[in-house]
Each structure stands twice: as C-alpha cells, then as structure tokens.
Write a protein that binds this ligand. Structure first.
Ligand code: NI
Length: 136
C-alpha cells in the first residue's frame, strides 16, 4: 500500500534578499522590503511529506519519532533563530528566498531519509505564500 505521511515543523529566521550583481536600485525594485540591508525575520512553517510503501510488519511508512528527529536535527537546529545569509553556509552563495530555503531543506532531509521514500517539502514564508519542492 502506497501512502503519504506528513509532519509540520516551524522555525524563525532572518534574511536579506540581495543579488550583488544587480545595482542597489535594481535590488530594491526586485526584492522590496526583503532587500533591507539590516535584515528582517520570517516565521516559517514547514510541512514534510514522505511517500512510499507501508511496512507490512509495523503498518508504518516511517516511524514518526524518526521523522521528527530528522526534522529537528536537519532543519530546526540548523535554521531556527539564525541569520540565514550569515550563519548558514548554503546561503553564502544562494539568495535565501523561500524557493532556495525549500531546496536546502529538501537536500538535507533526503540525505538522511531511507532511499526508497519520496520526499516533498512545503514551506510557508507567510501564511499565504508557500513553495513546494520534491527534488524534480
Ligand atoms: Ni523576507
């Protein structure tokens, strides 16, 4: 039986969206308030979706305690209360947009989850704006 299980998580982080190859005016035009040179924060909500075959022995797709621990170690401990531009190595060269944050989260979780499971992450930067990434 193929099924999807999901778990929610949350973290707060600061960022600045800025492309050094653009002029200050172009950055301001492109990124608006998110270009503020003194950074600003977002309350990110994350949903991690894992899809695959249920283990007939346990009836589980994945032990939720295991999934919880991976999310804590790879996402919450890594990103929560951080300045993404300054403190998270991936964003030294990658603009920390919601798209790129979802990409980084997906890569970190994929590295620790069982290979036979498919992963999709849904990341809310605001209650109305969210992005999804499934590695495709
Ligand atoms: Ni922002």
């Amino acid at each position: 039986m193929r099924i999807t299980v999901s778990r929610k998580a949350h973290f707060n982080a600061a960022h600045r969206l800025h492309n050094p190859e653009l002029s200050l005016d172009e950055n301001q035009e492109t990124f608006g308030k998110c270009n503020n040179e003194y950074y600003h924060g977002h309350n990110y909500d994350l949903i991690v979706h894992v899809t695959g075959e249920v283990d007939p022995k346990t009836g589980y797709l994945i032990d939720m305690k295991v999934l919880r621990d991976h999310i804590k170690n790879e996402v919450e401990d890594y990103l929560d209360h951080k300045n993404l531009n300054i403190q998270v190595p991936e964003f030294s060269t990658l603009n920390p947009t919601a798209e790129h944050i979802a990409y980084v989260i997906w890569n970190r979780l994929t590295a620790v989850l069982p290979k036979e499971l498919e992963l999709k992450v849904t990341l809310y930067e605001t209650p109305r704006n969210y992005v999804e990434y499934s590695g495709l």
